[in-house]
Write a protein that binds this ligand. Structure first.
Ligand code: SAM
Length: 218
């Protein structure tokens, strides 16, 4: 993908030639997070905070998924809400995305540094699926992804990446808007189960957003 973001969504940012940004405030489980969304800088779908990121952040907090001290990698982090939230909950987080998405992502990580500093400062690194995973360890505690299942041509690349990142015992949580036109179901019903145990753990019928938990098949 040459570091460019494929953009299958009719998101409004495509309408803007000039760059502009807005800052949104999210209150998640007692944490106030300020996330700047930068539009019109060739960021495409990496610019906004997607509903799936909010859903998965809330899920992790509500279900008390253990994050403190855990080594967490987020794929396709975009503006960074989910990874920043996991870091605020005490995880050692590595947020990844395509190179073009990293400057605003890093800025959002920095902007949400807690008053006393990060217990473990989050890292922001380029990870293009199917290409860069060999530069990353293979023993993460948790792998997170919000709204990253929307480009069928990347499904095999993503599986290759996930297989590399996971050991037996690694837990993965994905949250997706289940868009038929993006064949999101195919990923969870065909691609992912071929290598992982997959469980649908939450469905929001109204918003058509699912959360899946997966672990490596042994
Ligand atoms: C719909 S956005 C979701 C962003 C963020 N996770 C959220 O929910 O707000 C999809 C993200 O996947 C990233 N992405 C798309 N294709 C990718 C690839 N081949 N490798 C790495 N990241 C990719 C995009 O840059 C974008 O940040």
């Amino acid at each position: 993908m040459n570091g460019e973001v494929d953009d299958p969504f009719p998101v409004e940012d495509c309408l803007f030639e000039e760059t502009f940004s807005n800052e949104s405030v999210y209150n998640l489980s007692g944490h106030e997070l300020r996330i700047k969304q930068v539009f019109g800088a060739n960021l495409g779908v990496a610019a906004p905070v997607w509903e799936a990121a909010i859903h998965l952040s809330e899920y992790l907090a509500e279900r008390s998924v253990e994050l403190e001290g855990k080594r967490v990698i987020e794929l396709g982090a975009g503006a960074g809400l989910l990874g920043v939230f996991a870091a605020r909950l005490g995880a050692e987080v590595t947020l990844t995305d395509l190179p073009v998405a990293l400057p605003p992502l890093s800025a959002n990580v920095d902007a949400n540094t807690p008053p006393g500093g990060w217990p473990s400062p989050p890292r922001v690194l380029p990870l293009s699926w199917g290409t860069d995973q060999p530069h990353f360890p293979s023993d993460w505690d948790l792998v997170l992804g919000a709204d990253i299942i929307y480009l069928p041509k990347t499904f095999p690349l993503l599986i290759e990446t996930l297989v590399h990142l996971c050991r037996s015992g690694t837990e993965m949580f994905f949250c997706s808007k289940m868009r038929k036109e993006h064949r999101t179901h195919d990923f969870y019903e065909d691609y992912l189960p071929a290598r992982f145990n997959v469980e649908l753990v939450q469905r929001d019928e109204q918003q058509n957003i699912n959360i899946y938990k997966a672990t490596l098949r042994t």
